[in-house]
Design a protein around this ligand. Sequence first.
Ligand code: NAD
Length: 354
Amino acid sequence: MKSFSYDASPARIVFGQGTIREIAEEVRRLGRSRVMVLASRRLDALAADVTESLGDMAVVRFDGAVMHTPTEVTTAALKLAETHHVDIVVAIGGGSATGLSKALALRAGVDQIIVPTTYAGSEVTPVLGETDNGRKTTRSSPDIRPETVVYDVDLTLDLPLNTTVTSAVNAMAHAVEALYSAESNPITDSMAIEALSGIARALPIIVGDPRNVEGRADLLQSAWLAGTCLGTVGMGLHHKLCHTLGGSFGLPHAPTHAVVLPQAMAFNAPAVPEVMSRIATALGVSDAATGVFDLVTSCGGPTSLREVGMSHDQIGRAVELATAAAYPNPREITPPGLSELLENAWSGRRPAIR
Ligand code: NAD
């Protein structure tokens, strides 16, 4: 028997199709009336529609959310929020829009309604990663966790396939690392297993038929579950490495996860064979790490750090940065071990079957 503690997430979740039309009611439900609508530039048309649906409650819009939450973007958005006396943020988009919203909530105490359009899962975590001077740091606080999440499956139907695949593997990474987390518990474990089997089931359906509503709903629910795992228990090597690669070398978040996950799993597999076997069963494959690698390959996702923008001479610095501070991981992380992992990830080598 394992003893554990478990903190349930108090967020309100609205899930369905067309739920974007319920945002105004959700703002009123929270007793707020001065909304800042946040998005990334690519989603400005959607942000404009939501702004219009909010009528007089929408007091300002900011379309400048970018990846890795750079503090200079937060400062610009914060100034706008203060000038317009904003009391709630409605953030539409992937983890980048959510990250900016969280950064504002932490600084200005505003409420948050998040409308996710990718599978990043950040909307249900109390975690904020921010980049300042090329260093990405992470902090966790109940003040960061959004009050409400409005999942509208319709917003994901046109998510480009490459983003769909890499973002889904980002979600998978939350579930995988939750299962071997030092803080793992039976509740998070069951969410992680359900998330993994949902992602493995939904992805091939979506790759064959990108606007398949049931597949998209399955994937979005799985991403929510995986995000809940991320928000509940600590992560390990994989997340640390992806944060280092994203924050210090500007690599794109989800594609980096898609490349690193099978390699990090292969690295950790000797230390947690039972966990890997549970993951393999959930994915319907015989070996967990190669199963994830093959899924990414068959869905057309990236398999090498080279193709997502890393140069080979950055490996040494990445090893230095990722081993500078100790963090929990089931297998001891040494510079030679990490170098080998990164060499494999850089060249896109298929992990060996264990
Ligand atoms: P993203 O939010 O940057 O989105 C990727 C691209 O896809 C952007 O250009 C965006 O405009 C576009 N896009 C998003 N939804 C779309 C849609 N439906 N249709 C068309 N285009 C769309 O990327 P992401 O991977 O979702 O998020 C990455 C960021 O989230 C990183 O900064 C990462 O650190 C953070 N994150 C944080 C947590 C956490 O718990 N703190 C968890 C996961 C990710």
